[in-house]
Design a protein around this ligand. Sequence first.
Ligand code: SAH
Length: 220
Amino acid sequence: MKEKEKNNVYKAARESMVARQLAYRDITDERVLDAFRKVPRHLFVPDSSKSSAYGDFPLPIGEGQTISQPYIVALMTQLLNVSDTSKVLEIGTGSGYQAAILAELAKEVYTIEYLPSLAKGAERILDSLGYDNVHVRAGDGFLGWPENAPFDGIIITCAPEKLPEPLTEQLAIGGRIVVPVGSQYQAQTLSVYTKTDTGLVANYEGGCFFVPMRGMIEAE
Ligand code: SAH
């Protein structure tokens, strides 16, 4: 198949993903749906998975890690509620797909990945697609990115057993943290914390399953 035909096939797969997996469920934010129409998810998965890149399931991305199911990426993005003036922080860059979605919606995206090889791969693909508002760093996201705080939103795409304290400090008043909280072996709860003048207000959005957050959080 020629390059142009291939791209048309992927575009059709994206449209179908948006209609059947996102809009058909409860993703109603038009800006979020538009971002999913644009970002070429097949470029964020290994070559061997390209043909199933738009399926309704997570996929392996190497090093024992996964890119989440499109619906979960969309749900977390919708819950984060970012605008085109927002500065957001992501913990768990993985493939870079969630970061690209955020880059379509926010002003600046800062993203931290624990595994250097994944950080490098994500940076390469994000650069090649021209996402110059995404900044990738390899390291432990537990400490956040204090030089660029406060953030209007923080999204954690690996599961800590409790909220890392430094991240709550780096959240702006009115901002949200979207995070799957729980252990590797039990159901995790997709949680949204909103920072107010008097502290964090929590909302729970149901069960989910993410790879565990590694590093300093394990000693907490
Ligand atoms: N958002 C990603 C999927 C993330 S999978 C995507 O769109 O593809 C979860 C990622 O969190 C893994 O790559 C894992 O290495 C990373 N991770 C685990 N603990 C971390 C930590 N303490 N700091 C930063 N990243 C972490």
